[in-house]
Design a protein around this ligand. Structure first.
Ligand code: ADP
Length: 437
């Protein structure tokens, strides 16, 4: 019996040893598998990082390409726009007037197209910032609507705003973006409506959310197109739509902007006829009843049409057609030209100017470098950058280099004159009042 017990104990121990050996073997096997898996994961991670880096690089290149393209297109547009402006001042035959209107029309279309592409590129690159501030809701919407009254009257359409009494008077959201969204929707509603009315409705959805809708009694949107309408470059076919120009980016931008403001864009058929575009935005109603000063607050005084006589301006511009347009806009000023940054530095040493209008992209020495060099000795000379790139970062670069301000191409004559009256005139009066040396 004792021997049997001994044999049993040995067998049991042997069994345990065998089991442990088996477990050790299995453990080694899984250790090897995990090591292999870890290695595989490391390689995959590395590949993913390379891919992400590549995508980022491609994205940067895309933004760069957009910026360059915007520059290349805006520069000739400046010339066309300016030349048309100047030609319109002359007495023209009816045919010439008609041809000029055609040029102007196409020019505006092209500018609208480039602006839409840029808008979308900026949103997609995450460069569009939301700037929230308080404003009077109904006033803002009324102002937007009044901008379309002429268009509505031309088509014999009614355009109106409806809103309940209990709507908060002041709200906080991005007023500029809300204006862009509503303007786009109203413009579409007027485009695609021949009879009836366009209504902008405001409603309180909850304590902190307002529902906006733009309703029309127009041609409507076929059911099968409703889900596709916000896609990039999507347009619906049909004779009634063909006569309206567009590139199919408006609603894509609207949807992106509504997203940015924390809402969701929707569309549904209008029960009677037409379409309803609607979205709700989180808008924090303000308790204070601050009435902004309509005359002062942020709005600039009415721009004088003409630049003050006698101001001395150095225009740094390498492109001759653009220079010629600027020169004509500034007939009342004394204008000199510099063709690149080095030329600017040379000229300001030779003569005293009231302002430099500095093109940024120039050969040899660009406008940013020239501005930095000027600032080393002269902190006061007003320098206004002319930038064809409308990206915020580019404008910030101008200010960082030492420019006082910037204007975008295509140059709007009134804006240019406003800048001259703002900056150059101060220097002129100082020059005129200082005793002769
Ligand atoms: P587009 O610049 O071509 O007008 P949008 O993105 O603004 O581009 O609109 C895309 C398409 O949606 C238009 O071509 C038009 O057919 C249709 N659409 C937009 N708004 C309306 C509307 N209020 N009524 C009918 N169709 C509309």
């Amino acid at each position: 019996k004792e021997e049997r017990n001994l044999i049993n104990a040995i067998a049991e121990r042997l069994g345990r040893v065998i089991q442990r050996k088996r477990m050790e073997k299995a453990l080694k096997k899984s250790e090897r598998r995990y090591r292999l898996l870890g290695e595989e994961l490391r390689v995959k991670n590395l590949r993913l990082k390379t891919e992400t880096d590549k995508a980022r690089q491609a994205d940067r290149l895309k933004s760069q390409f957009m910026a360059n393209m915007s520059h290349e297109i805006r520069t000739p547009l400046t010339v066309i726009d300016g030349a048309v402006h100047l030609l319109q001042r002359n007495s023209l035959s009816p045919e010439q007037r008609e041809l000029l209107a055609m040029i102007r029309d196409s020019d505006e279309q092209l500018l609208q197209l480039i602006n839409s592409i840029l808008d979308l590129a900026r949103i997609e690159a995450g460069q569009t910032k939301v700037v929230k501030k308080e404003f009077l809701l109904k006033e803002t919407v009324k102002n937007i609507i009044s901008g379309f009254e002429f268009e509505a009257r031309k088509k014999d359409l009614e355009i109106e705003m409806t809103c309940p009494r209990h709507l908060p008077s002041m709200i906080s959201t991005d007023e500029g973006k809300l204006t862009q969204i509503l303007s786009n929707l109203i413009s579409n509603a007027l485009k695609f409506t021949e009879k009836g009315k366009v209504e902008v409705k405001l409603n309180r959805e909850s304590n902190s959310s307002i529902r906006f809708s733009v309703e029309d009694t127009g041609i409507g949107i076929p059911k099968e197109n409703l889900s596709l309408i916000f896609n990039k470059f999507y347009q619906i076919n049909g004779t009634a739509r063909r006569e309206h120009r567009g590139v199919g980016l408006g609603l894509t931008i609207v949807k992106e902007l509504v997203d940015l403001l924390g809402g969701e864009m929707n569309v549904k058929p209008n029960l009677a006829k037409g379409s309803i575009f609607y979205f709700s935005l989180p808008c924090i109603p303000s308790k204070e009843k601050v009435v902004p000063d309509r005359n002062g607050n942020g709005t600039s005084p009415k721009t004088r049409e003409r630049a003050k006589k006698g101001v001395n301006i150095l225009v740094a511009e390498d492109d001759s057609p653009t220079y010629n347009i600027i020169r004509r806009f500034l007939k009342d000023c004394t204008i000199s030209r510099a063709v690149d940054g080095e030329d600017v530095l040379k000229r300001i040493k030779e003569k005293s100017y009231d302002m430099v209008l500095m093109d940024i992209q120039m050969p040899r020495m660009d406008g940013l470098e020239a501005t930095r060099r000027i600032r080393e000795n002269d902190p006061d000379l007003p320098i206004v950058a002319v930038t064809a790139r409308s990206f915020k970062a580019d404008k910030e670069k101008c200010l960082a280099a030492g420019c006082n301000d910037y204007i975008a191409k295509p140059i709007v004559p009134q804006k240019l004159i406003a800048k001259i009256n703002q900056y150059a005139v101060k220097r002129l009066s100082r020059r005129q009042n200082s005793p002769p040396k």
